[in-house]
Design a protein around this ligand. Structure first.
Ligand code: PRT
Ligand code: ZN
Length: 225
């Protein structure tokens, strides 16, 4: 099973960040034996184990020190950090590198027919989102009294379903918004994937391994530019 002497890295099991994260690890010379159904994948040439989980779990695994590092979207990381800080749980981490993949924005979008004149238009309205902490922080900064309604999926159908007046969701091409009769209005957060490291001490072996890996990541990213 897992061995605490080995560096543990959390990656999304299957989703938008999985392929790029695994390809990066392979590109920096880590040989991986990934079997689809298994939570853990062991490297055959480095003292590294991968933990393959849902992206939602990655910030907490790093902040609780269960894994040493993780690849995660900044949107998810920042949301979980705010959620944990509000609950008085440890929310520390260090960003080692910002990656060149996973780019998206968290935006407020409203139905085509809504007359929208800035975020004040949402005063006393309901906004469906998977990111209530980020959205409420934005409302607070903008002095808008609106309510974030938490939905873990199908956010884009909330206005049509009568669940909310507007939404705040991740956007990359904008095709999903358009298909649902929504218009993007305010970008509240811009995100990319990042590689993060837990707080606290590392053994010399792990610290040296991290010091060897990070420059290789820089090399791979520079070669792509
Ligand atoms: O199962 P698990 O919980 O691990 O995965 P998930 O479904 O929560 O996440 P996943 O794989 O969808 O996204 C993982 C991360 O990818 C997000 O947290 C973001 O950091 C990043 N990312 C980049 C995106 C997008 N681009 C994106 N377009 N995440 C979601 N989307 C959604 C968007 O909201 C829309 O519904 O993809 C759909 C298509 O977007 P458009 O704008 O191109 O139509
Ligand atoms: Zn998720």
């Amino acid at each position: 099973m897992s061995d605490s002497r080995r560096l543990r890295i959390a990656v999304q099991k299957s989703g938008r960040l999985s392929k790029d994260s695994i390809e990066l690890l392979k590109a920096i010379g880590i040989k991986l034996n990934i079997r689809d159904r298994l939570l853990i994948a062991h490297s055959t040439n480095e003292d590294i184990d991968l933990l393959r989980v849902r992206d939602d779990d990655i910030p907490g695994l790093v902040m609780d020190g269960v894994v040493d590092m993780g690849f995660i979207g900044e949107n998810e990381l920042e949301e979980k950090m705010l959620e944990r800080a509000a609950a008085g749980k440890p929310a520390e981490y260090e960003v080692l590198r910002r990656m060149d993949y996973g780019g998206c924005r968290l935006s407020i979008a409203v139905p085509n027919e809504m007359a929208y004149d800035g975020v004040n238009t949402l005063q006393n309205k309901k906004v469906a989102t998977t990111y209530p902490y980020l959205l409420e922080r934005y409302f607070k900064e903008q002095n808008v009294n609106a309510k974030a309604v938490m939905l873990t999926g199908s956010v884009e159908v909330a206005p049509r379903a009568g669940v909310a007046d507007a939404i705040c969701d991740l956007v990359s091409t904008g095709a999903t918004l358009e298909a649902n009769g929504l218009v993007e209005k305010d970008v509240i957060f811009r995100s990319k994937a990042v590689l993060i490291k837990r707080a606290g001490d590392f053994t010399d072996e792990k610290a040296q391994l991290i010091d060897r890996l990070v420059p290789r990541i820089d090399g791979v990213m520079q070669a792509k530019e």
